[in-house]
Design a protein around this ligand. Structure first.
Ligand SMILES: C[S@@+](CC[C@H](N)C(=O)[O-])C[C@H]1O[C@@H](n2cnc3c(N)ncnc32)[C@H](O)[C@@H]1O
Length: 195
């Protein structure tokens, strides 16, 4: 997502889905079941702000970080009052951005992990874990096979769990969807780890 119009294309795709009656707020709803309104949420790889804007509407205290300027431009345009930062999650340092590293929840929705530069996954998990308060949660949903990914499959669940364990995060739940359907070994997983 480096082209000048990719953010607009991404936002347009979700706007079409919403118009056709599809539920586009599953991720935000999932977050509301994990932490109460008012909680601090880091939307890691926030893209166009699709999820974070909804969470902010529901009363969450949100910060969005993404690498892609065209995605962030859409987020900024749609919700200029919210804090959006352009940063690489592999080098994410909340302090450097003037952001307190005491998030209740870090969310990585929309295949952020498979889209990371290969080899940076462990570093990103470590950076995100360091942004959580003790007891805080990391929720990440991503595809595991060709059918659930726009890119070749990357990190496996076992590798992701290893990255989390190395960063001091324990797996507390895993689902097949953002609607919290039980995980059955399929090609998409939503994982929740606790610091
Ligand atoms: C498919 S989009 C998902 C956007 C949003 N989370 C959503 O669910 O609508 C994946 C996002 O991850 C971002 N991303 C990928 N690698 C990143 C990195 N190293 N640092 C920050 N953001 C990254 C991309 O720029 C992109 O906006």
């Amino acid at each position: 997502m480096t082209g000048g119009t990719s953010g607009q294309d991404y936002a347009a795709r979700f706007a079409d889905l919403a118009r056709s009656g599809k539920d586009v707020h599953g991720e935000a709803r999932f977050c509301t079941a994990l932490v109460p309104a008012g909680a601090r949420v880091l939307d890691a790889g926030c893209g166009t702000g699709r999820v974070m804007i909804r969470l902010a509407e529901l009363g969450y205290d949100c910060v969005g970080v993404d690498l892609d300027a065209s995605m962030l431009a859409v987020a900024q345009r749609q919700a200029p009052e919210l804090p959006w930062f352009q940063a690489d999650l592999a080098g994410f340092e909340p302090d450097a951005l003037g952001v307190a590293a005491d998030f209740d929840l870090v969310l990585a929705a929309g295949n952020v992990f498979p889209l990371l530069a290969a080899g940076t996954e462990a570093t990103v998990v470590r950076r995100l874990a360091a942004a959580l308060r003790p007891g805080g949660l990391l929720a990440a949903g991503f595809g595991l096979d060709e059918a659930h990914l726009p890119v070749p499959p990357g990190i496996t669940l076992a590798e992701y769990d290893d990255c989390c364990a190395a960063a001091g995060l324990a797996l507390i739940d895993r689902f097949a969807t953002w609607d919290a359907d039980p995980y059955d070994g399929g090609g998409y997983a939503v994982s929740v780890h606790r610091r």
